[in-house]
Write a protein that binds this ligand. Structure first.
Ligand SMILES: NC(=O)c1ccc[n+]([C@@H]2O[C@H](COP(=O)([O-])OP(=O)(O)OC[C@H]3O[C@@H](n4cnc5c(N)ncnc54)[C@H](OP(=O)(O)O)[C@@H]3O)[C@@H](O)[C@H]2O)c1
Length: 288
C-alpha cells in the first residue's frame, strides 16, 4: 500500500499508473505535479489525482512514493527541484524510456545514487500523450523493467515491484546498460526508421497521393511516427550511443540489400527476407 503517491508528469504514463493504482485501492492519496496548472486541473477533473502543486518540491512533501514521468530531457531539472524536499523514507522511481541518462542525472543532482532511487521503464504506451489519453488497463500483462543499481536498497526495489504488479504488469530486473542496448534495438531504432521514412515520403512531390493510397503495411509501419516528437527527440539524445551502435549495423545491412538489388542478385534478397520471416515467425508463432 502507498499512503501518498506523488506523480510528477501526469500524462499518458503517469496518469495511467495513477488510474490503475486507484482502481485497485492501492494508494490513499495521489498528488500530481507538472508545469501547467490547466493540465493538472484536468487530471483532478478526470479523477486521476486528488490535488496538485505546480512546484515539484512542494508536491513531494510527505509522499512515500514519488514517480517521475516527464520527458527524459526534463528529468535532471525535476530531480533538482525535489532534492532536499523528500520525506526520509520516500522512494523515488521513474518511467523514462532510457535508463543510463536518468541514472547520470540522479548522480549529477544528488552527488551519488540515493539508496531509495529505483529506475524503471514500463514497456507499454500508445502514440497519444497527455492525461486525456491515460487509461487504467495500460499496463495489464505488459512488462516493466526495473534497473536497480548496486547502491539501491533491495527493499525499495521490492516496493516499486509490488506497485507495478498491482498495476497489472510483470516485472523484470535488468542492468542499466543492457536495458539501453535492448531498447535501442527493439524500440528506438524502429521509431527512428518510422520518422525517417514518413518524413522522406512526405517531402516527395506527390506525397498527397502516397498518403492517400497508404494502407496495410505502410499504415502499420508509419503508426509509431505519430508519437510525441519531444519525447522521441529526448530518447534519441539520451540513448544516442546505444542507438548509434545499432544504426551502424543496420546501415551496413541495408547497404548490402541495395547492392544486391543493383546487381539483380535475387538469391541474396530471398535469403535475407526468408531469414527475417523465419525469425519473426519464431517469436510470434506466425499469429500477428
Ligand atoms: N508514451 C510511451 O509510449 C512511453 C512508454 C514508456 C515510457 N515512456 C516515458 O514516460 C515519460 C512520460 O511520457 P508520456 O508518454 O507519459 O508523456 P506525456 O503524456 O506527454 O506526459 C508528460 C507529462 O510531463 C509533464 N512535463 C513535461 N515537461 C515537464 C517539466 N519540465 N517539468 C514537469 N513536468 C513536465 C507534462 O505536463 P505539463 O505540460 O503540464 O508540464 C505531462 O504531464 C517519458 O520519459 C517517456 O520516455 C513513455
Amino acid at each position: 500500500m502507498i499512503r501518498r503517491l506523488c506523480i510528477i508528469g501526469v500524462g499518458l504514463i503517469g496518469g495511467s499508473l495513477a488510474r490503475a493504482l486507484r482502481q485497485r485501492g492501492y494508494c490513499q492519496e495521489v498528488v500530481g505535479s507538472s508545469r501547467r496548472r490547466e493540465h493538472l486541473q484536468e487530471a483532478v477533473d478526470r479523477g486521476v489525482i486528488d490535488r496538485y502543486e505546480t512546484d515539484a518540491g512542494r508536491a513531494v512533501a510527505g509522499a512515500d512514493m514519488v514517480l517521475i514521468a516527464v520527458p527524459l530531457g526534463a528529468m535532471e531539472a525535476v530531480l533538482g527541484e525535489i532534492r532536499g524536499r523528500l520525506a526520509e523514507a520516500a522512494i523515488i522511481t521513474d518511467v523514462g524510456s532510457a535508463k543510463g541518462s536518468v541514472v547520470a542525472a540522479a548522480r549529477a543532482v544528488f552527488g551519488e545514487i540515493p539508496a531509495r532511487f529505483v529506475p524503471g521503464h514500463p514497456i507499454a504506451g500508445t502514440e497519444k500523450s497527455g492525461v486525456a489519453a491515460s487509461f487504467a488497463s495500460l499496463f495489464d500483462g505488459r512488462q516493466v523493467i526495473l534497473t536497480p543499481l548496486p547502491e539501491t536498497d533491495p527493499a525499495a526495489t521490492e516496493q516499486v515491484r509490488q506497485m507495478w504488479l498491482t498495476a497489472g504488469a510483470a516485472v523484470q530486473l535488468m542492468d542499466v546498460a543492457h536495458h539501453d542496448r535492448v531498447l535501442a534495438a527493439t524500440s528506438h531504432l524502429p521509431h527512428l526508421l518510422a520518422y525517417a521514412v514518413v518524413d522522406s515520403l512526405a517531402r516527395l512531390g506527390d506525397h498527397d497521393e502516397i498518403f492517400r493510397y497508404a494502407a496495410g503495411g505502410f499504415r502499420d509501419f508509419s503508426r509509431i511516427a505519430g508519437s510525441d516528437p519531444v519525447m522521441w527527440r529526448d530518447i534519441c539524445l539520451a540513448n544516442r550511443d546505444a542507438i548509434l551502435d545499432i544504426v551502424g549495423g543496420f546501415s551496413e545491412d541495408i547497404a548490402r540489400l541495395v547492392t544486391a538489388m543493383r546487381a539483380g542478385d535475387g538469391d541474396t534478397l530471398l535469403d535475407v527476407f526468408a531469414r527475417a520471416k523465419s525469425a519473426r515467425d519464431r517469436y510470434t508463432d506466425g499469429t500477428h
